[in-house]
Design a protein around this ligand. Sequence first.
Ligand SMILES: Cc1ncc(COP(=O)(O)O)c(C=O)c1O
Length: 446
Amino acid sequence: MEVDLARVPRGHQADRLAGELRASVRSGTLRAGTRLPASRTLAGDLGVSRGVVVRAYELLAAEGYLLSRQGSGTTVASVAGGDELPPVTPDRPVSNPGLPSGDTFPRAAWARCASRALATLTDDELGYGDPAGLPRLREELARYLGRVRSVLAPPERIVIVNGFAQASRLVADVQRATGDPRIGVEDPGSVGMREQLVAGGLTCVAIPVDGDGLRVDALAASGVRAVVVTPAHQFPTGIVLAPERRHSLLQWARDGGGLVVEDDYDAEFRYDRTPVGALQGLGPDVVLYGGSVSKTLAPGLRLGWMAVPPPLLTAYREAKYAADLSCGVLDQATLAEFLARGEMDRHIRRMAVEYRRRRDALAAAAATHLPGWTVAGTAAGLHLVLHPPTGDDEVLAAAAQAAGLDARPLSRYGVAAARPGLVVGYGHRPAADLTRAVAAFGGRRR
Ligand SMILES: Cc1ncc(COP(=O)(O)O)c(C=O)c1O
């Protein structure tokens, strides 16, 4: 045994020795059945008192790594899967073209709100709260969503969730319970959201999107009773759902007892005009509205909300309770403060200027360095789509990435053959980097 216990303080020697022995058993260096030296012998070898070795052996015997039998000494137990655990690395990083800028996260304002939230949370509020979320956050959200997104929902109809990802999962849970496991999704559309629905036991039915948004005629023909849409800024094409489609979508829901799930993921950011209000404002009876702070603040906060039509409210409250009881109360209270003090409005105003600058830089660089390419979609959000004159978008995306662009092939987002395109994220890249990367990409293509 090569363990140097000489420099280890007396009171910690047994723990250190146990740690070394445990690691050796896990890694297989000490194989099952190996007989360990008698405590007196090992203590002599290591220059420690016998009690240190006895305590280490006893601890490992209690944990199941060693076997101690009267008369036969101490042997190594057989430990299933005894390999050392590999270091934790995110083996499935979330691939997302719509990341907000991390370096402009309002740390100071968030910290002030968190500190105030901690100071004002009551002892009771630190217990298991309402599964639908902290009442004061739901009140602030009802005001904010009404003012900024024209959402019609009193606080009682709001359910706080861990981002739209959890909202999708709860949609799956509630929808599955109705006995109809099929749900319509936009094609092309969000891959992550489809994954949540499928993981929740639903079958996704692709409904095509054209230049006016979701094809409601195709939705009606599909026979599904629920559909997820991104009306303000279709993901990933950037199309705004046309006014007549909005009306026919609501009509479809009202006529057939259908449900429209509105994913309002990045609607606060519109650069050419005031954002179009949420569809939910026109149809609070048939639209389940969902949003989150993932684009306005940071996806890592995992905070979002749903505004639920009254007949479904109990089912969604129960689904949230069954999933994880409720969201973390400190973050909820912090967000409530952040909204109440006008910090959200200030941050969005500041970021809209910056994101617009980034989008303009990307579009201008594309016009200069990518002849024949077109920029598609409305001036909004944190990503845009670039269409090449020709070419395989998998190959083009690889070349664009090599040049430093956050680009993904449009074909990955849909099942029906779409025009080749690149979905390019610009929210998290400074304007100068975007210009440089497009120039490098264009240079390689000449
Ligand atoms: C289409 C779409 N909806 C919603 C979201 C937000 O998901 P969440 O709130 O779980 O972070 C994203 C994130 O990228 C998205 O692309």
